[in-house]
Design a binder for this molecule. Structure first.
Ligand code: KIV
Ligand code: NA
Length: 270
């Protein structure tokens, strides 16, 4: 099996919907690899995997380690890694250094960074130096403190125009695709119609060229914090609870383990 490349993802615009999900670890990555085109190691693991209040505190080392686990466990999906907060906003050089570290550690194919026009120079800098960039505009969780929480974006005409210009700037700077998160539907549709690269929606528009969600959010594994834009497609929590309860019951009843699960037990004579 050949892994889907960044240019292949780019060429899917106007052809096939691009199916994306997040993964942070091997068990999910192995399963997702059968069904999705692109796997993102999202910094959402800060909240989903580490139960942090927002995404700000996850580190480059942690992102690289999760990315390594996912790349090792997949063969087909294009793997993209989120650059964590503070690892790229300072300068194009800082961004390149951390992106190169993450890709060298993990062997992933590209990085994602949150930012519009102000970050376009960085996108160009990385792309020209061999690191493909997925842009991310609209609701950008790493700007939690300046936004004052997680809020839908582009609802006013003025803000929508700014985000539209952000998307154009990123496309022009060489981003190979662009995530649009938590934004007015008409804005996401307008961006999708006017950029040559695929848009990946999350709380954006059905017209986006692809869609992404946090895997735990669609499997009922995220706890109480499920965003409006997610949809539950299965109840894996219930399945896990059944399995864990059955194990606990058998240990307490001393019906597990049996001697079949033990070593060095003399075979019963026939
Ligand atoms: O961190 C993340 O999971 C993301 C997406 C859901 C787009 O950035
Ligand atoms: Na993210």
């Amino acid at each position: 099996i050949k892994r889907i490349t960044v240019p292949q993802i780019k060429s899917m615009k106007g052809q096939d919907k691009i199916v994306c999900l997040t993964s942070y670890t091997a068990p999910f990555a192995r399963i997702l690899d059968e069904f999705v085109d692109l796997i993102l190691i999202g910094d959402s693991t800060a909240m989903v995997g580490y139960n942090m209040e927002n995404t700000l505190a996850i580190t480059v080392e942690q992102m690289a380690a999760h990315a390594q686990a996912v790349v090792r466990s997949t063969q087909r999906a294009c793997v993209v890694v989120d650059m964590p907060f503070g690892s790229y906003q300072e300068s194009p050089e800082q961004a390149f250094r951390h992106a190169a570290y993450i890709l060298q550690k993990s062997n992933a194919s590209a990085v994602k960074m949150e930012g519009g026009a102000f970050l376009a120079e960085t996108t160009r800098f990385l792309t020209e130096r061999g690191i493909p960039v997925m842009a991310h505009v609209g609701l950008m969780p790493q700007y939690f403190n300046t936004m004052g929480g997680f809020k839908a974006q582009g609802l006013s005409e003025e803000m929508a125009e700014r985000i539209y210009q952000d998307a154009l700037a990123q496309a022009q700077a060489g981003a190979f695709s662009i995530v649009i998160e938590g934004s007015a539907e008409a804005l996401a549709r307008r961006i999708t119609a006017n950029v040559a690269i695929p848009t990946i929606g999350i709380g954006a528009s059905p017209q986006c060229d692809g869609q992404i969600l946090v895997t735990e959010d669609i499997l009922n594994l995220s706890g109480p914090r499920i965003p409006k834009f997610a949809k539950q497609f299965a109840d894996v929590q219930a399945t896990i609870r059944d399995g864990v309860k059955a194990y606990a019951d058998e240990v307490r009843a001393n019906t597990f383990p049996t001697l079949d699960n033990c070593f060095g037990v003399p075979k019963k004579n026939a």
